[in-house]
Design a protein around this ligand. Structure first.
Ligand code: PLP
Length: 368
């Protein structure tokens, strides 16, 4: 990225030689990101991150086609706020067109209820959005099944998946192949923050939500973040070559961490780990509150989170845990531990020591 921050600062839309060099770097990055998802480079729309990609997918689909009566949209109840909030805004009448929104329930392991989804589908459904894997508990969703029922009962619906969390660990070229729109964010696969992409497969036609110079084939105006895109492309290429190995390395570390913490007693796994990304370990600490736990963990040098780590503000009970049927108190006892490409075995041991010391301090007894 450094040359494109320091020296090659030309605008990729220009026509002189420096601009052409920036354009080449941008297009190379586009190819690398496309390859991660099994898409064509022309299908990649660079955005400012996952949030913008989700907003473009939701609003761009539901607002396209101009006038007309209300349309229907379906999503899982555990989507990230970047999907849920634009959907709720358009269903609340904050845009010229209104969409009727149905949030489809999940089971106790956070897997979407396919029967409920099936029952909600009809010809009036314009958009179905189901994330590839949940950001809080890590549950991987049955995307092929989702695509199958949607194509069978609402063939005109646009299918969107927020693959922001999944992109580091799932083979999106396969699992998201039936989806028209796929959201990605660079910082979830080791790239920089502030850059992402929406994959837009034909024949989906989106209405732009940012207007201006017509960049990204009129789908997202604004001078592209060349350095960010170069970093995103490099991360995508690295991810493609290390995904399989990294997935099994992290699963081993995650399982070790989970087993050792469960052994301390008074802790339960929120969802079966076989159904989650290897980067996620979500645990419920019986009778304790996540805010207190997080403060003590942090003091011990263990950085964890209580809900979505990418939302700002105070922690409430997570909408994901509530959709899974947990009581408010149980939901407030939940902590998400995340592992990533920098995590090494000695850190897992240290993290367990911090959890053990914290439980001892809060419960007044030495964990077993
Ligand atoms: N979607 C999911 C599932 C996420 O986990 C996140 C954030 O981490 C986003 C969307 C938003 O992405 P960004 O932080 O790039 O805006």
């Amino acid at each position: 990225m450094a040359p494109f921050v320091m020296g090659h600062f030309a605008n990729p839309s220009g026509s002189h030689s420096m601009a052409r060099a920036a354009r080449r770097a941008l297009e190379e990055a586009r190819e690398q990101v496309a390859a991660l998802v099994g898409a064509r480079p022309a299908e990649v729309v660079f955005t400012s991150g996952g949030t913008e990609a989700d907003n473009l997918a939701v609003l761009g689909t539901l607002l396209a086609g101009g006038e007309g009566g209300p349309v229907k949209a379906l999503c899982s109840a555990i989507e990230h706020a970047a999907v849920l909030e634009p959907l709720r805004a358009i269903s609340d009448g904050r845009f010229a067109r209104r969409a009727e929104l149905a949030e489809i329930g999940v089971d106790e392991a956070a897997v979407i209820d396919i029967d409920q989804l099936s029952a909600a589908l009809d010809d009036g459904v314009r958009l179905v959005s189901v994330m590839a894997a949940n950001n809080e508990v890590g549950t991987v969703q049955p995307l092929a099944e989702v695509a199958g029922v949607v194509r069978g009962s609402a063939p005109a619906a646009v299918l969107h998946t927020d693959a922001v969390q999944a992109a580091g660990y799932l083979d999106l070229a396969t699992v998201a192949s039936g989806f028209d729109l796929v959201s990605l964010s660079a910082h979830k696969i080791g790239g920089p923050k502030g850059i992402g992409a929406l994959i837009v497969r034909p024949p989906s036609s989106l209405q732009a939500i940012l207007y201006g110079g017509g960049q990204e084939q009129e789908r997202r105006s604004g001078t592209q973040n060349v350095a960010g895109a170069v970093g995103f492309g490099a991360a995508a290429a690295a991810q493609r070559s290390s995904r399989v190995q990294e997935t099994s390395r992290l699963a081993t570390l995650r399982d070790r961490f989970a087993d050792m913490v469960l052994d301390l007693g008074g802790v339960t796994e929120t969802v079966p780990r076989a159904s989650t990304l290897p980067s996620h370990c979500h645990l419920l600490f019986d009778g304790l509150d996540h805010e207190e736990l997080l403060v003590l963990f942090d003091r011990g040098g263990l950085c964890a989170s209580g809900g979505a780590s990418c939302a700002s503000g105070a922690l409430g009970a997570s909408h994901v845990l509530k959709a899974m049927g947990l009581s408010d108190a149980a939901a407030r006892s939940g902590i998400r531990f995340s592992l990533g490409h920098t995590t090494v075995p000695s850190e897992v041991e240290r993290a367990v020591d911090v959890v053990s010391a914290t439980l001892e301090a809060l419960r007044g007894v030495r964990p077993r």
